[in-house]
Design a protein around this ligand. Structure first.
Ligand code: DGY
Length: 418
C-alpha cells in the first residue's frame, strides 16, 4: 500500500506543495502540509523540506502562518482570496491552523540528519526561524493575557470545523453575512457529510468581522464573537515548542533556547490546569461565556502529546478512550459515541481521522500506554487498507467518507504502518 500512498502524494503535488485533495481543497493548507511533510520524510527528504518551505512562503510579517496559501488560482473552493481580502504578497486566508509545523520540522530534520544530507542544517535553521516567529505570534496574538492557553477565533482554525465543541459558542454568532455564500464543497462531497448551511453562515459572518478589523490581531481579539482557549491547539503548540527546543540545542542561540523554555513552561502549565478529573478529560474554555467546553471531542485527548500525566490521570484517560472505542469498528471517534451530538458520518461530529489517531497514539505512547497506542495505530492502518485514503471514516462501519484521495491520510499511512 505504500506505493499507493506515494502515488496520492504525487498526484496532489502542485509544485513543491501538496493540496489536501483535488477540487475540494485545491490550495495549500497549513496543518495538512505539516503532516504531509512528516509523511514525505519517510522516503523523500528534499520534498519534505519543500513542503514546509512553500508553507513558510505564506507567513505574514507578524509571524502568523495562515491556514490557506492560495499559491495558484482555482474556482473549485469557497471562500477564495477575494473573500478574505488579506494583503500578503501571495494571497492567503486571514486565520491560522494548528501549528504542527514545529513537530514536522523536527521529524524532517532528524530524517535528513540520519541520511547524512549536507543541506540539513541550513534548511532546518531557516525553517526554525519561521517556526519561532509563528510561536511568538501565537503567544502575543492569541494569549495576550498570558494565561498559558492560546485561543481560536474561528472554528476553521481548529481544523475541526463543525465539532460539537463549538456548538454553544457558535449559537451566539449571527447567521447574517456581508459576503454572498457560494458553497462549493457540497458539489464535491455529499452534503450529509459536511457542515450545515447554518454553520457556513456563521463561519462567513466571522470572516466578515475579522476582515473589517483589517486582520489586525489586537482588533480581532477585541471584536471576536467567538473565542475559545483551546486544549487541542495549545497541546499542539506546546508539543511543537518542545520539538523546537530539541532542535535548538544544536541550531540556535542561548537566548532563543531560553525563550522557548519559557514558552514551553507557560503552555504546559496552562494546559495542565485544564484537566477535569470528573470528566477524565481536558476541557477548553469559552472566553466569551466564561464556561468550560464539556462536549466530548477528540480535542480532549490531544494534550497527551505535550504533557506528562500522573498515574491517576493516565488511568482515567486510558479508560475514557477505551469507553469511546467500545462497540466501534474503527476508533477513535472525533465525538464520543455516547454523546447526543454524535453523527458518525458528519465530518468532525463523529468520524475517525487518521491524523488525530496519529496524535493520540503518539501522546499515549509518551504517557506509557504503548498497547493502546499500537491498537489505535493498527486500527487506523487497517481502516485505510480496507477503505482507501479517504478523508475520514465512519467509526460504526469503517466506511471511508469525504474526499477520496487525501494527502494527510496517505502521510498518516506511511508513518503509522512503519
Ligand atoms: C473547509 O473549507 O472546509 C476548510 O476546512 C476550512 O479550512
Amino acid at each position: 500500500m505504500s506505493e499507493a500512498a506515494w502515488a496520492i502524494l504525487a498526484e496532489n503535488d502542485r509544485g513543491g506543495y501538496t493540496v489536501p485533495t483535488a477540487h475540494l481543497y485545491p490550495f495549500q493548507w497549513n496543518w495538512d502540509s505539516a503532516f504531509v511533510a512528516i509523511g514525505f520524510a519517510t522516503y523523500d527528504i528534499d520534498r519534505a523540506y519543500r513542503e514546509l518551505e512553500r508553507l513558510a512562503e505564506g507567513q505574514w510579517d507578524d509571524g502568523m502562518i495562515p491556514h490557506i496559501i492560495f499559491h495558484a488560482p482555482s474556482d473549485t473552493y469557497f471562500p477564495g482570496p477575494e473573500v478574505w481580502g488579506t494583503r500578503h504578497r501571495i494571497p492567503t486566508s486571514g486565520i491560522t491552523q494548528p501549528p504542527v509545523f514545529g513537530m514536522a520540522l523536527r521529524q524532517v530534520h532528524e530524517a535528513a540528519s540520519a541520511a547524512g544530507r549536507p543541506d540539513a542544517v541550513e534548511r532546518t535553521r531557516k525553517l526554525f526561524q519561521n517556526a519561532l516567529r509563528s510561536h511568538r505570534w501565537w503567544l502575543r496574538a492569541r494569549d495576550p493575557e498570558g494565561t498559558g492557553l492560546v485561543s481560536i477565533l474561528h472554528p476553521w482554525e481548529s481544523g475541526s470545523d463543525n465539532s460539537p465543541a463549538w456548538d454553544e459558542a457558535l449559537k451566539r454568532v449571527p447567521t447574517s453575512t456581508k459576503t454572498t455564500i457560494r458553497r462549493k464543497d457540497t458539489g464535491h462531497v455529499d452534503a450529509a457529510m459536511r457542515p450545515r448551511d447554518e454553520d457556513y453562515q456563521r463561519f462567513i459572518h466571522l470572516v466578515d468581522v475579522y476582515r473589517e478589523c483589517e486582520w489586525d490581531p489586537a482588533r480581532q481579539w477585541e471584536a471576536a464573537p467567538f473565542k475559545i482557549a483551546d486544549v487541542q491547539m495549545t497541546g499542539i503548540l506546546a508539543r511543537s515548542t518542545a520539538d523546537l527546543l530539541i532542535l535548538a540545542q544544536s541550531l540556535s542561540s542561548p537566548e532563543e533556547r531560553g525563550e522557548l523554555e519559557r514558552m514551553h513552561q507557560v503552555l504546559t502549565e496552562g494546559l495542565a490546569r485544564r484537566w477535569r478529573q470528573d470528566l477524565s478529560r481536558f476541557v477548553s474554555r469559552d472566553l466569551v461565556s466564561h464556561r468550560d467546553v464539556e462536549a466530548p471531542t477528540q480535542a480532549c485527548f490531544i494534550p497527551l502529546v505535550a504533557l506528562t500525566l500522573d498515574d491517576q490521570q493516565r488511568r482515567a484517560i486510558r479508560s475514557e478512550i477505551k469507553r469511546w472505542l467500545d462497540g466501534m469498528v474503527v476508533g477513535v471517534p472525533s465525538t464520543a459515541p455516547f454523546s447526543p451530538a454524535f453523527e458518525p458520518k458528519r465530518y468532525w461530529r463523529g468520524p475517525v481521522w487518521a491524523v488525530v489517531n496519529w496524535l493520540i497514539s503518539d501522546g499515549l505512547r509518551m504517557n506509557g500506554s504503548e498497547d493502546l497506542a499500537r491498537e489505535i495505530e493498527q486500527g487506523t492502518v487497517q481502516a485505510i487498507e480496507r477503505a482507501g485514503f479517504c478523508e475520514y471514516f465512519d467509526p460504526t462501519t469503517g466506511e471511508g467518507l469525504g474526499g477520496g484521495t487525501f494527502s494527510w491520510t496517505a502521510a498518516a499511512y506511511l508513518v503509522l504502518s512503519q
